[in-house]
Design a binder for this molecule. Structure first.
Ligand SMILES: [Zn+2]
Length: 864
């Protein structure tokens, strides 16, 4: 039984009372970067909802309250009280419903959250000096007093005074810009109500790239000198604005759209209304752009302007209405820009991430009130599963029904708040379909996903294809027997014949009469359903699918199935796909499958492809596949050549590093140490070189890796070094391992949030319960809820963990080695037999689709 999501003591959380109907926030602040301090006055106008209201409580964490006034009258000290978390303001005589109210609070702060200052230091002398805010989930209260929950919406103004050399960005439109000596004051206003977690202030010496969509200003902002990278990274924004305005049936609703890159951002991006913040670590240089883009992140944050900003989840328990749509928009952009085949790869990745969390961390309903902090539910259930559910809903309603639903939903709830039932009602209003059952099983009441065993068999006597679909998962807790609608696709001659299937029982059997024996039989073409599927069918049907399926994702799944097949037929079919499929990802999947099969023929095909393959993304997969040839000098040499001479693509070079480490050939450690010195986009080469050193079990690398964790090194490399050290010391208790654990424990206090997060994962990997003391200390003092939640999980897991982790590790290594030897022997035997005996009849083949082994639990992907 998968683990429960709710930790001991978790209570249901509901939106707080709404005594006031907010009107407007006027936030005037002055920033003092050198002291990491701010001061200012926030003025809130509102209308009373609760009859007889006598006091108001504002969220105001660690603000130093200097003065409070109500309707312009300053209150005496007895008229307000602040407990460090909330500011209580006495209103005097009871207010009537509908009364107007103006509250003004003057305060100062040295915020630990909400507003962040960055500056160069001894470790990072080139780090830009700037300030930026991050409100979500509930951190706006750390830099201005507010009613900090999504169901409180208001228009806003931000007027910020900063050093003269800085510019200021915020929501809406620039209203004013005044210089006064060494200070500059810039004012912004958004005349459309939004939740205060979406209020933003970014200040620094920023350069601006101007772009346009229709007659709307679209701007990109980054530190001086990165303008070209910003343009390169965000150039497709106008096309995305055009697409989403068309698909969603509502034009982009704000007066401009800005995107600004900031240093040390604690997320990948944040969809602040009309002004998205992005981490500067993803800015693309020309070489990175060869085979990488951040379109998914850009599309995600942009789509939030509709789903989240214009129409907002009423409380965080309904957060999937923000994140599910923003995630699905990544698919919609990819589908439009590169085609369905490229988009379907996202589906696979989402399933992989969600399955990893569900199998390795916890299971929960997608909409839930049971959480300690809102940030706890910003996980793969919310994003990845949310995105997959919307993809299923689109298939269920058809494209016209789906777009009509979105247009109706956005139009009806524009500037408003939504719950899951509002989307279900929008489907009904727009299409007449009642999908309450669908929402119940996938979002509100049901948790988990179906596990399906599919058997497809052709019966030449009756001329029928039999399809048996069995739901094999345990129906327990919140996991139901699912009702699924999908199709069975048969290729008869040159045509695809699709047969609709509705599965709602434990076992579902259909017989499909066909004119001739099909060359393909595919359950759920395009992998629309979010399910762990194990399919059993003839090797002929698998190779037919690999070479001829209409959708690339189906060809990819055939490659994976054949990768679990021993023997020449599978190797030859995969070799053909590796050399000839029209889509790079199918060639890549064929490569990975050959890596799983191993043997001389597979290796030969891979080494040839490593040289011939033009598409860098396919080349990455080929390099990765060669990593499975443990202690194979030929595979090792091919990888070493790539590591030594480099590759046009950062990512191919990086994959070759990790794969080289995995081969454990003698020359690997020295080469990897050299590669670890090469600067690269997001430090990807150093990251993989470090992981390669761990995979090579190179104990001599402890010093290099420990040095790699030092303050002043690139953040991504530091994190990879922690992970590598943990792998090297996993399950060990010797002096070296203790030294490593202590170093990782030190990093729990690192100023870099992501390094802290990596340190927690490192201690989870190390598996030494002695780390519990340090973890408990972190849980008690960490500012970021993600660290607290993950820390609690790891402490629980360490406390439960058994003593024989080390033995397990050794056995695992031995098994990997034996498998390699077996593959070589099997190959040679096959050749010998081929020379002497007649060929046996074709075997039946099994395959698992998307049943990924649970990934080690990790914090969700970079997007926000
Ligand atoms: Zn998001």
């Amino acid at each position: 039984m998968p683990r429960e999501f709710a930790l001991p003591g978790t209570r249901a959380r509901y939106a707080p009372d709404r005594a006031l109907d907010l009107g407007h926030y006027r936030i005037e602040v002055e920033l003092f970067p050198d002291q990491r301090r701010l001061a200012g006055t926030t003025t809130i106008t509102a209308t009373v909802i609760t009859p007889g209201l006598r006091r108001v409580e504002l969220d105001a964490v660690e603000l130093e309250i200097a003065a409070v006034s109500v309707d312009g009258v300053a209150l005496p000290a007895t008229g307000f009280a602040h407990d460090g978390q909330r500011l209580r303001i006495e209103l005097g005589p009871a207010r009537a419903r509908g009364d107007a109210l103006t509250l003004a609070v003057t305060y100062g702060a040295r915020p630990r959250r909400g507003l962040y200052f960055t500056a160069p230091d001894a470790g990072y002398p080139d780090k830009p000096a700037m300030a930026w805010t991050q409100g979500q989930d509930q951190d706006s209260r750390h830099w201005f007093p507010c009613l900090d929950s999504p169901h409180q919406k208001a228009t806003s103004e931000v007027i910020a005074t900063v050093p003269a050399g800085w510019d200021v960005l915020s929501n809406g439109e620039r209203q004013s810009d005044r210089r006064d000596g060494d200070r500059r004051t810039v004012g912004w206003r958004l005349a459309i109500p939004h939740s205060c977690y979406l209020v933003t202030l970014v200040a620094g010496d920023l350069a601006t790239v101007e772009d346009r969509w229709r007659d709307l200003p679209v701007t990109y902002h980054a530190v001086r000198g990165r303008e070209a990278d910003a343009q390169r990274t965000l150039a497709r924004t106008p096309a995305m604005l055009e697409l989403f305005s068309r698909l969603f049936g509502v034009a982009y609703p704000y007066p401009r759209y800005a995107q600004v890159f900031v240093a040390d951002f604690i997320f990948g991006g944040m969809e602040n209304t009309s002004a998205t913040t992005l981490t500067d670590s993803v800015l693309l240089d020309a070489r990175a752009a060869l085979d990488h883009d951040i379109d998914a992140l850009v599309a995600h944050e942009l789509a939030h302007q509709w789903f989240g900003d214009l129409v907002t989840c009423r409380d965080w328990g309904e957060g999937w209405l923000n994140e599910g749509f923003a995630t699905y928009a990544e698919y919609l952009w990819r589908e439009h820009h590169e085609g369905r085949d490229a988009a379907d790869l996202e589906l696979d990745e989402w399933a992989h991430s969600y399955f990893g969390e569900d199998g390795g961390r916890y299971r929960r309903t997608v909409a839930t009130k049971l959480y300690d902090e809102p940030i706890d539910i910003f996980d793969h259930h919310l994003y990845d599963k949310g995105g997959r559910i919307l993809h299923m809903l689109r298939a269920e309603l058809g494209d016209d029904g789906f777009w009509a639903t979105l247009a109706h939903y956005l139009g009806k709830h524009r500037h408003g708040l939504v719950e899951t039932r509002d989307l279900a009602r929008a489907v009904e209003d727009a299409t007449g379909r009642v999908v309450d059952g669908f929402f119940s099983q996938w979002i509100v009441d049901g948790a988990g996903h179906p596990e399906l065993k599919v058997t497809l068999t052709w019966d030449g006597d009756t001329g029928r294809l039999e399809a048996r679909v069995e739901q094999t998962h345990k129906v327990e807790g919140k996991t139901p027997l699912f009702r699924l609608s999908t199709r069975l696709r048969c290729r008869v001659g040159a045509a695809d014949v699709d047969v609709p299937l509705t599965i709602e029982d434990r076992l579902h059997v259909v017989h499909v009469p066909l004119a001739t024996e099909p060359t393909q039989a595919i359950f759920d073409p395009g992998t629309v359903i979010l399910a762990a599927v194990e399919t059993s069918k003839s090797i002929g049907l698998w190779t037919g699918q690999l070479h001829g399926a209409t959708l690339a994702i189906d060809r990819i799944h055939a490659a994976r199935a054949l990768g679990k097949q021993a023997g020449t037929a599978a190797t030859q079919a995969l070799g053909r796909a590796l050399g000839g499929d029209r889509f790079w990802a199918v060639r890549g999947a064929a490569a990975e499958a050959l890596g799983a099969i191993r043997g001389d023929d597979a290796r030969t095909a891979l080494i040839r492809a490593l040289v011939d393959e033009a598409h860098p993304r396919a080349r990455r997969a080929i390099a990765r596949a060669l990593g499975s040839f443990r202690r194979d000098p030929i595979a090792g040499a091919a990888l070493a050549a790539v590591v030594e001479r480099g590759d046009a693509s950062y990512f191919v070079e990086a994959e070759a590093c990790l794969a080289l480490g995995k081969t454990r050939v003698a020359e690997a450690p020295a080469l990897l140490r050299r590669a670890a010195e090469r600067p690269s986009y997001t430090d990807v080469i150093r990251q993989h070189a470090f992981r390669g050193l761990a995979e090579a079990r190179d104990d001599g690398a402890v010093d290099v890796l420990t040095a790699g964790t030092a303050w002043g090194r690139p953040s991504q490399g530091r994190r990879a070094a922690i992970g590598a050290l943990a792998i090297l010391a996993r399950g060990r208790r010797d002096r070296d391992a203790v030294r490593i654990r202590e170093r990782v424990e030190e990093l729990l206090d690192d100023p870099d949030f992501r390094v802290q997060s990596a340190a927690i994962e490192g201690l989870a990997t190390l598996g030494d319960a002695a780390a519990i003391v340090a973890l408990d200390r972190l849980i008690a003092q960490a500012g970021d809820g993600r660290l607290r939640r993950r820390g609690r999980e790891v402490v629980r897991d360490l406390a439960e963990r058994t003593a024989h982790g080390e033995e397990l590790g050794r056995l695992r290594d031995e098994l990997t080695e034996l498998k390699g030897q077996y593959a070589t022997l099997r190959d040679r035997l096959g050749k010998l037999e081929g020379l002497t005996a007649p060929r046996p009849p074709a075997p039946r083949a099994r395959s698992a689709r998307t049943r990924a082994a649970p990934r080690p639990a990790a914090t969700p992907r970079r997007r926000r």
